[in-house]
Design a protein around this ligand. Structure first.
Ligand code: C5P
Length: 215
């Protein structure tokens, strides 16, 4: 069974998707981490963002693997490094690229082809797994999302003002909602959950109900 969770950045998808997978005994696929690791490897290889061919090649050649909420570049665990704001800032160079997305979609389908998965991202219910058994569109107001992100980053030792976070969030939203392929949109058959004012436990409970067909 595939459960997809899509939504804008800062809606709390990752923590909720992880807990949902754990509760259901499913595996968890963080597709954002896959785009992030490509940015990291491009930066390390000193590829210029205008060099699209090199970015596609980098996508083909980058050896990474994902396991739960961890991601390895080669044999180095880069799970923390990929969360750095600089990676978020540059993400559109790979995430807006049609051919890179095609390669990533292929890889995501192949990863989730065996077993039960909670797949989280922007295009999971629309492009990657249009026939997923359960689909959730998880969202929250822009202000709520920015506040949550500030707390999340502070826990990782990154201190940013709400204004800086909102700027980055607006920029990412703009790309996420407008990219030519894989743009962020609620699938017609997804259940929308707006999490403003809901606790983490309430959101997870709501999603468990949706997966079990009680919502
Ligand atoms: O989910 P997360 O914020 O880690 O994702 C990082 C970025 O990767 C997002 O801002 C989005 O632009 C991109 N992304 C995407 N498609 C996905 C997952 C993430 O374009 N399925």
């Amino acid at each position: 069974m595939i459960v997809t969770i899509d939504g804008p950045s800062g809606a709390g998808k990752s923590t909720v998707a992880k807990k949902l997978a754990q509760t259901l005994g499913f595996r968890y696929l963080d597709t954002g981490a896959m785009y992030r690791v490509l940015v990291l490897s491009a930066i390390r290889a000193e590829i210029r963002w205008e060099n699209e061919e090199a970015l596609v090649e980098n996508c083909r050649n980058t050896e990474f693997h994902v396991e739960g909420d961890s991601i390895w570049l080669g044999d180095e665990n880069v799970s923390n490094e990929i969360r750095h704001p600089e990676i978020s800032k540059q993400i559109w160079h790979v995430a807006d690229h049609v051919r890179i997305r095609e390669l990533m979609v292929e890889r995501q389908r192949s990863i989730a082809s065996f077993g039960n998965y909670v797949c989280e991202g922007r295009d999971q219910g629309t492009v990657v797994f249009p026939k997923a058994e359960r689909k959730v569109f998880l969202t929250a107001s822009a202000n709520e999302r920015a506040k949550r992100r500030q707390v999340e980053l502070a826990e990782k030792g990154v201190d940013l003002s709400l204004v800086e976070i909102e700027e980055e969030q607006n920029e990412r939203d703009l790309h996420d909602y407008n990219r030519p392929v894989g743009r962020l949109v609620k699938a017609d058959d997804a259940v929308e959950v707006v999490t403003d004012g809901m606790s983490f436990e309430q959101v997870v409970h709501e999603l468990v109900m949706i997966v079990r067909g009680s919502r």
